[in-house]
Design a protein around this ligand. Structure first.
Ligand code: SF4
Ligand code: SF4
Length: 305
């Protein structure tokens, strides 16, 4: 095996029949670790780089098998009560193996680039029939650049369509290193106002907006689709959407996907012992249609995903 194929990445999921992460049937690889902390993140298990323990209270019967299996003393179980000292957890998986009630799982595992490429290769008939391919997403693909580059290059060499989804919060050099092996960039934009971006994602958007402009200015680079998660009252305001359209127009980016609010994230936060601060209603079809028309008026093709 070549050095590149032996490179290891940390994943939290892999979906072999995804349909929302690029054209056709996709094998979507979810990488662990993200530099942002979006208040609405629907994959909180993606945020930390290292594997972590998830606990589903509804499945727990308080048998105490996990406490007996854990050398770190993470689990305290008594009648009807189960608390976790998560800060002591080493993510060894011993308690997961001991729990026969599927109340525990580890979010995060490693795989080599060669394993991912081989798996994508086995999907070739489905990709060929549907115009699909492999998509690396997260988490954040640019936080594991060597692994991502190895997977993308290996798939490209085998003639597979490749896509990445990125939040753009990385150096241009890192993002640029992935582009020769990428057919489609799904580029997430949330908020144009930097103060609002800091407040809702925990980081400035300056690098993100600069990278978006550089992507738009590339000659002969991959196709780029801007993706905007529509978070009620935060990213879906007229002012923010108009600012995104203005940035896209000035950068020469003409493909936009509007992602309606998905309120189903709260349960995942419970599993990880974290608080979910956002509760809101999805946008109406009328609102979505109006924003698509607004984009079309500026020469930008918008789809609702
Ligand atoms: S082993 Fe599973 S079911 Fe038993 S107490 Fe631990 S988490 Fe709950
Ligand atoms: S994963 Fe390992 S260290 Fe963490 S709670 Fe389970 S047994 Fe203990």
């Amino acid at each position: 095996m070549s050095d590149a194929l032996a490179l290891t990445g940390t994943l939290f999921d892999l979906d072999t029949f995804a349909v929302h992460d690029g054209p056709g049937i996709r094998m979507t690889v979810y990488l662990k670790g993200c530099p942002l902390r979006c208040a609405w993140c629907h994959s909180p298990e993606s945020q930390r780089a290292a594997p972590e323990l998830a606990y589903t209270a509804d499945n727990c019967v308080y048998c105490g098998a996990c406490a007996a299996a854990c050398a770190q003393g993470v689990h305290s179980v008594s009648h009807g009560s189960h608390t976790l000292a998560r800060e002591a957890c080493l993510a060894c998986g011993a308690c997961v193996a001991a729990c026969t009630h599927r109340a525990l799982s580890l979010k995060g595992y490693t795989a080599t680039a060669g394993e991912i490429i081989a798996r994508a290769d086995r999907m070739r008939p489905f990709f060929s029939a549907s115009g699909g391919g492999i998509t690396l997403t997260g988490g954040e693909v640019t936080l594991q650049p060597a692994f991502s580059q190895a997977v993308l290059a290996g798939c490209h060499q085998r003639g597979l369509h490749t896509a990445i989804e990125t939040c753009g919060a990385c150096s241009w050099a890192v993002l640029e290193s992935l582009l020769p092996h990428t057919d489609l960039v799904l580029y997430d934009l949330k908020l144009i106002d930097d103060d609002a971006h800091r407040r809702w994602t925990g980081a400035s958007n300056r690098q993100i907006l600069a990278n978006a402009r550089r992507l738009g200015a590339l000659a002969g680079g991959p196709a780029v689709q801007v993706r905007v998660p529509l978070i009620p009252g935060i990213t879906d305001t007229d002012a923010n959407l108009d600012a995104i359209l203005a940035l896209m127009s000035s950068a020469g980016l003409t493909d936009l996907a509007l992602l309606p609010y998905n309120p189903s994230a709260a349960a995942k936060y419970d599993w990880l012992g974290r608080a979910y601060a956002l509760e809101a209603e999805p946008q109406t079809p009328e609102q979505l249609a109006a924003w698509a028309l607004r984009a079309a008026a500026t020469g930008i093709h918008a789809t609702i995903d």
